[in-house]
Ligand binder design. Structure first.
Ligand SMILES: [Zn+2]
Length: 392
């Protein structure tokens, strides 16, 4: 069998270092079983291999995206010959097509039970926290200049969902540049940047008043709640006005452990959230707790002051109130509440789809309180992390 010596391309921009070497293969009726030098055996079905051929005919090299659709080849296509050559898997198909697979890429995508368990474990990076959590603090200037510091900050946001940045200039608009170190800002009807201060009678949200604001996520009224929220303190010398945070994943997990019926109810029964003023009218019907495709808690959606009346089958209304009360009680449970006053030049940055935030009441007559905020979607954070991790 002819072999070209250059490393096969892969349909990706990441690199896949070789963590194990292929030692042999065992042809089966519908697949090849590949044996690695650490003893692992990974099955690869014929269709899967053909579907993932990285050659220039099957993948467009410029975009590294697939051109082939699997129905372009027969379902029963099989290798005429297959061998390990110079460490690569080489397959000569019965229709004449040839494929070469990089062992690092193959190992990273193997779907034997152990490989899949490894990938699942690598995906589970979330660490929940409670009241005694020591919020990771980052320095503004370092984040602006140093990509390693930036990556560390973004990993904290991904895994812990809460961080504080110190040393942010107190000129209005200063959070724009630091936010853009991660990605572009998500604009909303409250603006690119929004000002959080007491607007009294002009307030278009309870956030813009001086009274106690209960724990909530921002914009649960949108199909996609903003991912990251930045809250930058320009001045905060009024009495009160502390920030309160609760890890929504921690209380959802507590509910899952302590009251599984209530947990299920909040995963299944949708609630309508509404945000309306004279010019806009946003409404979203969704459950309080969302699970991702792996069954992990992935999102909390809550803001009592933006909630519509419950609309549920009459025989389930009591169950819904039972679950809702249980969840609200957990938000007030001291085990979970972290309270801190933000000072001028400090900025909170947190996962708005996970970390609930609140503000204690403040006395606008006692001093000034002015925060600026903005949002960036969670996808942008995750993408930026993966790009910065390339080749590290
Ligand atoms: Zn091909």
């Amino acid at each position: 069998m002819e072999t070209t010596l250059e490393r096969p391309t892969i349909a990706d921009w990441r690199t896949y270092p070789q963590t194990a070497a292929l030692t042999s293969l065992r042809p089966q009726a519908d697949r090849l079983d590949l044996v690695w030098d650490d003893g692992r055996v990974s099955p690869f079905h014929h269709q899967w291999l053909r579907d993932n051929c990285p050659c220039g005919e099957c993948v467009y090299a410029v975009t590294r995206e697939q051109v082939l659709e699997i129905i372009d080849v027969p379902a029963d296509l099989a290798p005429e010959r297959a061998a390990i050559e110079l460490g690569y898997l080489c397959v000569h198909w019965s229709d004449g097509h040839r494929s070469q697979f990089d062992p690092g890429w193959l190992r990273a995508h193997a779907y034997d039970d152990d490989s899949r368990a490894e990938r699942l474990a690598a995906h589970q990076t979330t660490r929940v926290w409670r009241r005694d959590f020591e919020v990771p603090v980052f320095q503004h200037d370092q984040l602006m200049e140093d990509d390693s510091a930036l990556l560390e900050w973004m990993l904290a946001l991904r895994d812990l969902g809460l961080s504080r940045v110190d040393g942010v200039p107190t000129a209005p608009g200063s959070l724009h540049r630091i936010a853009q170190r991660i990605a572009f800002i998500r604009e909303t009807n409250f603006g690119v940047l929004f000002d959080v201060k007491s607007k009294a009678a002009a307030a278009d949200s309870n956030a813009y008043t001086a009274f106690n604001l209960p724990l909530h996520t921002d914009l649960p009224t949108r199909e996609l709640q903003p991912g990251l929220q930045f809250l930058h303190c320009l001045v905060n010398n009024a009495d009160g006005g502390d920030s309160v945070f609760v890890d929504g994943f921690a209380i959802a997990q507590a509910l899952r452990d302590e009251a599984p019926e209530d947990f299920r109810t909040l995963c299944e029964m949708p609630i309508e959230f509404r945000n309306k003023d004279r010019r806009s009218d946003y409404r979203c019907l969704a459950p309080v707790i969302a699970l991702d495709a792996r069954g992990e808690i992935s999102e909390i959606r809550i803001a009592n002051f933006l909630r519509g009346p419950f609309d549920a089958p009459a025989e389930r209304m009591e169950a819904l109130y039972h679950a809702w009360r249980a969840f609200l009680s957990l938000t007030r449970d001291p085990r979970f509440r972290l309270q801190q006053k933000l000072r001028a030049g400090q900025m909170w940055c947190f996962d708005n789809r996970r970390t609930l935030h609140a503000r204690t009441a403040f006395d606008p007559a006692s001093g000034e309180r002015h925060l600026q905020g903005c949002y960036i979607d969670r996808d942008e954070l995750l993408s930026r992390i993966l790009v910065l991790q390339r080749g590290r």
